[in-house]
Design a protein around this ligand. Structure first.
Ligand code: NZQ
Ligand code: ZN
Length: 388
């Protein structure tokens, strides 16, 4: 196990009616709060009205900015920063999924910064200050309700970049599983794929002596896999929705990745798909991750075998390690298929080949990954494998 430093300052309030805790929690955002949300799902579900009612019980002044789209845009982030500055906003409340939360995080770091907020995403500047961020989560997927990162898209330049800093961890996250009953089967499945991927990015590593976190990863993955069909069959299954909601947080709050080096190549490779084709992040990962697993199979075969045996219950046969590992990947891909995810690029909606340009962008900060350091040829190879 490697040395680590870890902080998770978020107050999580979990369970039915968690959003009512806004009355106690929102003073942490100060006197003027930006209420930030997406394209209407919270209005349709009635959550918007309830949030406004809870906020009306406090003395805070509310400024609103809706309209966040999936793969949140830099343009709206900049609009939010200007609005916050002109209204004296002291904290940001995100009500929605990963896109809304990430947009809120980008606004929160952009307001106190005198330069262009995109500097943080292009590694030209490091975050030094941020407005406090509060969350009401409506979609378990990205883990942004507890994570230290945000991902924003410069739509004009087709660039989807991430930025990471502990100051972007929300100060509170209110998590009511009932708020996820209205999710479509597709969005539910995208969330399942994303949270599984967050565990797998940490699980596949060369770091040794990480038995505890390996076992934690396997427990989280198995819980997600066992729960998913139940929730897809019965969208108002409270117990199942609760398992998935907490799994999304556990998968990306770093607990299962402490003391080990994560890989994260699949995420970078997927972000280029989202940037080019505006596809859902989870759906993109369903095509990329199995291709990556196949491509790097021999780099850490023992781990791939362990994954097959412990996560997918593949039968152990001596001297057949590669077959066992491949069967694990096959079962993993079949799982994505069973929950309605696309498992190849064509099904994802990718109809042309921009692999070389996408690989170059994904490699902007150097080689990708930990299991295998990927260069341009490797990344193109993974996109090509994802065609099947
Ligand atoms: O915009 P509204 O109307 O709210 O609709 C959204 C959106 O269309 C809808 N939705 C959300 N909650 C709902 C609902 N519909 C019905 N009922 C509800 N309860 O779902 C659609 C997708 O929402 P979005 O927020 O885009 O999805 P998700 O939570 O999967 O977030 C994806 C974004 O997070 C980034 C991804 O790259 C992507 O941009 N990620 C952020 C990470 C982080 N900050 O740590 C890590 C991840 O790896 C990921 O990259
Ligand atoms: Zn992700």
């Amino acid at each position: 196990m490697l040395n680590f430093r870890y902080i998770s300052p978020t107050q999580f309030v979990f369970g039915r009616n968690a959003e009512a805790s806004l009355v106690e929690e929102s003073p942490k955002l100060g006197k003027v709060i930006l209420l930030h949300y997406g394209s209407g799902s919270i209005v349709k579900s009635g959550l918007y009205d309830r949030v406004k009612k809870h906020l009306a019980k406090t003395s805070a002044k509310i400024v609103e900015l809706g309209g966040v789209k999936p793969n949140p845009s830099l343009e709206l982030v900049k609009k939010g920063i200007n609005l916050c500055r002109s209204s004296g906003v002291t904290g940001v409340l995100a009500v929605g999924g990963g896109s809304v939360i990430d947009s809120a995080k980008a606004i929160a770091i952009g307001v106190p910064y005198s330069g262009d907020v995109w500097d943080f995403f292009t590694e030209k500047a490091t975050v030094a200050e941020a407005l406090p961020i509060g969350v009401i989560l409506t979609l378990p997927a990205a883990g942004s309700e507890g994570s230290s990162s945000a991902v924003v898209t410069d739509v004009l330049n087709k660039s989807k970049f991430d930025c990471e800093h502990d100051l972007m961890r929300p100060i509170f996250s209110l998590m009511n599983p009932e708020l996820t009953y209205t999710l479509s089967p597709f969005q539910t499945a995208c969330g399942i794929t994303d949270m599984l991927s967050h565990v797998m990015e940490r699980y596949f590593t060369h770091t040794e002596d990480v038995n505890l976190s390996d076992r934690l990863c396997e427990a989280v993955m198995r819980s997600i896999i066992d729960t998913s069909p139940k929730v897809l069959a019965n969208p108002t299954d409270y117990a199942g929705r609760a398992e998935l909601m907490w799994a999304s947080t556990i998968a990306h709050i770093d607990l299962v990745g402490l003391g080990r080096v994560g890989d994260w190549a699949s995420h970078r490779i997927e972000h280029e798909l989202s940037a080019q084709y505006d596809v859902a992040h989870g759906a993109g990962l369903a095509t990329v991750f199995p291709a990556w697993m196949k491509y790097v199979l021999k780099e850490n075969l023992a781990k791939a075998v362990q994954f097959a045996l412990r996560v997918w219950n593949v039968n152990y046969v001596t001297n057949k390690d590669e077959e066992i590992a491949l069967e694990g990947i096959r079962r993993h891909k079949a799982f994505y298929d069973s929950i309605g995810m696309p498992t190849n690029l064509k099904a994802l909606g990718v109809k042309d080949n921009r692999y070389a340009a996408m690989a170059e962008k994904a490699l902007r900060s150097g080689a990708l990954g930990e299991v295998k350091k990927l260069d341009k040829k490797d990344v193109v190879g993974i996109y090509t494998l994802a065609e099947a």
